[in-house]
Design a protein. Structure first.
Length: 218
């Protein structure tokens, strides 16, 4: 738990520290926005690179609040806090990867993201897929709460529906993570996001239907 918290705080403030020092080396004008064709659509000040690290830090603070809130709803143990912290950590790693990616693009004044060795969508959804697998493995440990987990009106009907829903959700999360990673290997760009988001949507529908059916049974 302590190790996870150290990593959490590290990834929470690392983008801001790296971006602050990068400002001394970045050109005054950098690519500030890219269109769907990966071409620059707007140039902006290098200080705009601080926006994303600030958002990352604020998101980290928000996830800490979620962690504390979910922990208070657990009568015994620290399962909720651990899962919430893992969810926040995976999200922060994703934010860090995007920060590094855009700093690279800014430093090299990349006008076409297609020229960058790593595809942005493959990077985002690759990390997302790994995160889904990690979270899916720990979801069954969640105790009933109103913050995280597979939460629907039906899954929160009683302890039995909650436990069965989290177990089912864990399986669908892992499968979705695997599909997403495979999509990142075989596709890129918009196609990669299409397959990844599509898999997530199917998972969401399946999870909702399952919680409804399980609530009717119990």
């Amino acid at each position: 738990m302590k190790t996870k918290k150290r990593l959490f705080y590290t990834f929470m403030i690392l983008p801001f520290i790296l971006t602050f020092f990068a400002l001394f080396f970045l050109p005054d004008q950098i690519p500030a926005h890219y269109g769907s064709n990966n071409q620059v659509t707007r140039w902006g000040s290098k200080y705009e690179t601080l926006i994303f690290p600030i958002i990352t830090a604020l998101f980290g603070a928000f996830m800490l609040c979620i962690t504390n809130w979910s922990a208070k709803q657990e009568k015994s143990g620290t399962n909720n806090a651990k899962v919430s912290l893992l969810l926040g950590l995976v999200s922060l790693i994703l934010f860090n990867a995007m920060t590094f990616y855009f700093l690279y693009a800014a430093f090299h004044n990349v006008e076409n993201l297609s020229s960058v060795p790593i595809d942005l969508f493959q990077l985002i959804f690759g990390i997302f897929g790994i995160g889904m697998i990690l979270i899916g493995n720990v979801m069954p440990k969640l105790r009933m709460n109103s913050v995280i987990g597979l939460r629907t009106v039906w899954s929160m009907k009683n302890e039995t529906t909650w436990k069965k829903s989290q177990r089912f959700g864990g399986i669908t999360f892992i499968l979705t993570g695997i599909v997403t990673i495979l999509a990142c290997f075989f596709t890129k760009g918009v196609s990669c996001s299409f397959w990844s988001i599509g898999a997530l949507c199917i998972t969401s529908v399946a999870d909702i239907i399952y919680t409804y059916r399980i609530s009717k049974k119990y």
